[in-house]
Design a protein around this ligand. Sequence first.
Ligand code: HEM
Length: 404
Amino acid sequence: MLDQVAAGGRRRDDRRDLQAAGDQAGLRLRRLGLENGLPRDGDDLNRDPGARARATMKTRSGGLPMRSGLKLLSTLLVAVTLVAGPVAVGVALAQEPMQAGQNPTGQDPTADAVNEELLFKHESTIRGVVSIPDKRAGNLIQPQGREYRAFHERWLPWIAAVVILGMIVVLAAFLLIKGRMKSPRSAEKIKRYNVLERFTHWMTAACFIVLALSGLNYIFGKRLLMPLIGPDAFGTASQLAKYSHVYLAWPFMLGILLMLALWVKDNIPNRVDWAWLKAGGGVLGGHAHAGRFNAGQKVIFWMVIGFGLAMGFTGIALLFPFTLAGIHGMQLMQVVHASIGALFIAGIILHIYTGTVGIEGSFAAMGKGEVDLAWARAHHDLWVEEQQAKAAGGAHLGHPQPAE
Ligand code: HEM
């Protein structure tokens, strides 16, 4: 019983504290120009002092009629308004230039909701005060988050779908119209990639495929996969996808660095590339000279390196929140990560096409590590000459032949 009385007393005291806190909060929001944006229970209590007085009394009295109290209070209110009103107007007018200068937005902080939007444009975060060590907990509103959410929920799925499906449609149309690129055959073979090169390629490729599929699940999974397999299976699959994405990112990044070290010297652009591009890579007829890698392959190589490093950097920033970037930076990192990811997938689809169905005899280069000599002469004639010159030099010096 005493407990209840004590508790009741405490509750009343608490309510008084809350009332004071509410007033302070109202004042703080009013300074921010926000009070009109936060209606409570459909009533804007801050705007209508009468309504606030009624609501306060309703709370304290538990809704009992208090006619005499009301009368007294309204008399007091009228008196206070009559005396304090002109004084307040005078003070406000006197302070007006100073307030306009203090307000960083230059907006009237007590104006309507249109100013709330203007305030959001000028302020990167709307903060409150917290006493706990994590000061980020005091962030009330982060206006950039709205743009980020609009990008993630509305624009990103469309951008990714257009880029990836667009590439598939273009390649399918190209295959239908032009067919596979035929290559001459011979009985001789020439070594194209050693074991380390092939291991690096397939390790990176395997990681990329899992990263791409799990990445696409972030964008489309909820919309496309969940309705098909149900929420439980989707939850399990997404968790697996998430772990794969996070852990396979590391061997993928290692693969990118190894590719850079192994192939950079053969991918420096030169004059031959320009001529290859002007000849349309031999696709439109005629012969285009090329070294170990032609201009098209060099574009793919530099895309892989550039996008791979960008994905690695932004991915690490997202994997360790708030270490490399704050909230704004992280949102930007995610926009970059997702956009480059979509372009990267489209670029690799093009690469897979040329490495398999697009160019006859190409897959053997990365599969077995050696290609038909006639194929090599047709696609990389300058490289074949170089290899044969080396082999001849090596044979002259007594070294074993590198090819065949
Ligand atoms: C599973 C799909 C893949 C297939 C079938 C494939 C096939 C091939 C083939 C046949 C080559 C040799 C081309 C030649 O020497 O003429 C090659 C080279 C290469 N691949 Fe892949 N690849 C795949 C995935 C990837 C991925 C995911 C990446 C990088 C993220 C990648 C990066 C490269 C690079 C940088 C080269 C050397 C330059 C070039 O030929 O463009 N590949 N690939």
